[in-house]
Design a protein around this ligand. Structure first.
Ligand SMILES: C[S@@+](CC[C@H](N)C(=O)[O-])C[C@H]1O[C@@H](n2cnc3c(N)ncnc32)[C@H](O)[C@@H]1O
Length: 320
């Protein structure tokens, strides 16, 4: 017989479960520092995402569903996810096997970092121009972009989104992790992009020989050793090679800047995410006119605001 305190027996509607999940998350936040950086940034966003994705409902708005009643097995699934999220401290997308970025669903598991790059939003923000031919954008005409490189592709999320943003482009995507590339391959297949995206295993530009690209996109590992050592469990659950960028976080960024010009077409450019590395990078490379872009707001591992000045753009002309 179920106890009167058993949530599976007593909670009926999505509204009930949203309230319950939020209470559990807030309590776990106070008692154990549960971190919500992988599930929308705040406890309420993550609770809504957990419920909607578990029920295969559209994840953008929970309001139309609040009074919907759940079956017993649906309640069991949601209760199990709430328990697992709090007891394992794994990022919710690992427990769900998926996350969403810019309206696209991506498979994820422990082989890849959970997709959340600021570059994803920038690809669709108008910064890269539009078919209407706006002036003053990073790329004159997105339809004229035919070759894109996604370095450090992980789950393949940015390569897949770039295929949307640049509909006439073929895309090469590189990662050093064979395990990450298995996930990327599944995502490329899910989105039907096998003809446009080619995956390469290797160290940065090494597998690409002399290929040149109109655009290089990269969200490389850029976290300092000290910050990695202090990660909350949610971030520590991700592959360390996806985060660790050496003592100052910039080891891989410097290597990319060193070699990018040789892989860009004449009018090409590089967009690169560096987290909080802006000051250190500007100090190390005062010769480079880096243009810092403002991405939409996100929250970091400790709930801090992120997104402004974490991504730079630099052209081949100034790199060469
Ligand atoms: C921050 S994650 C980014 C993943 C994905 N682009 C995203 O935005 O979600 C960095 C990725 O770089 C890969 N990586 C680390 N060192 C690398 C290297 N030397 N060459 C290529 N990829 C590397 C990691 O395996 C990881 O998948």
């Amino acid at each position: 017989m179920s106890s009167p305190n058993d949530p599976v027996a007593s909670l009926v509607t999505i509204r009930d479960w949203l309230r319950y999940c939020l209470t559990r998350f807030r309590k776990a936040g106070e008692e154990q520092g549960l971190s919500h950086g992988h599930g929308g940034g705040a406890a309420l966003d993550e609770a809504a995402f957990l419920i909607l994705e578990a029920l295969s409902l559209p994840v953008d708005d929970i309001n139309p569903w609040l009074d919907a009643r759940l079956t017993h097995s649906e309640r069991e699934r949601i209760a199990g996810l709430i328990e697992a999220r709090i007891s394992t401290r794994k990022p919710l997308p690992y427990l769900l096997g998926a996350t969403w970025l810019q309206g696209r669903r991506f498979r994820v598991d422990e082989r890849v970092i959970v997709p959340r790059s600021f570059i994803a939003g920038l690809l669709f923000s108008g910064a890269f121009g539009s078919a209407e031919g706006e002036t003053g954008t990073l790329v004159d005409d997105p339809l004229a972009v035919t070759r894109v490189l996604d370095l450090c592709t992980g789950s393949g999320c940015l390569a897949i989104l770039a295929a949307d943003a640049f509909p006439n482009a073929t895309i090469d995507a590189v990662d050093l992790s064979a395990a990450a590339l298995e996930v990327a391959r599944a995502n490329v297949g899910d989105h039907g992009l096998e003809e446009r995206i080619t995956l390469f295993e290797g160290d940065l530009f090494a597998p690409l020989r002399r290929c040149r690209y109109d655009l290089i996109i990269t969200n490389p590992p850029y976290v300092t050793r000290q910050a990695v050592m202090n990660f909350p469990p949610e971030y520590a659950a991700e592959p360390v090679m996806a985060h660790l960028g050496g003592d100052d976080g910039l080891d891989i960024v410097h290597r990319i800047l060193e070699d990018a010009a040789a892989h860009l077409t004449e009018g090409g450019g590089l967009i690169c995410e560096v987290g909080s590395g802006r000051e250190a990078l500007e100090a190390a490379r005062p010769d480079l006119p880096l243009l810092w872009l403002d991405a939409e707001g996100h929250e970091g591992a400790n709930g801090e605001a992120q997104g402004a000045g974490e991504v730079f753009w630099v052209t081949r002309a100034t790199l060469a």
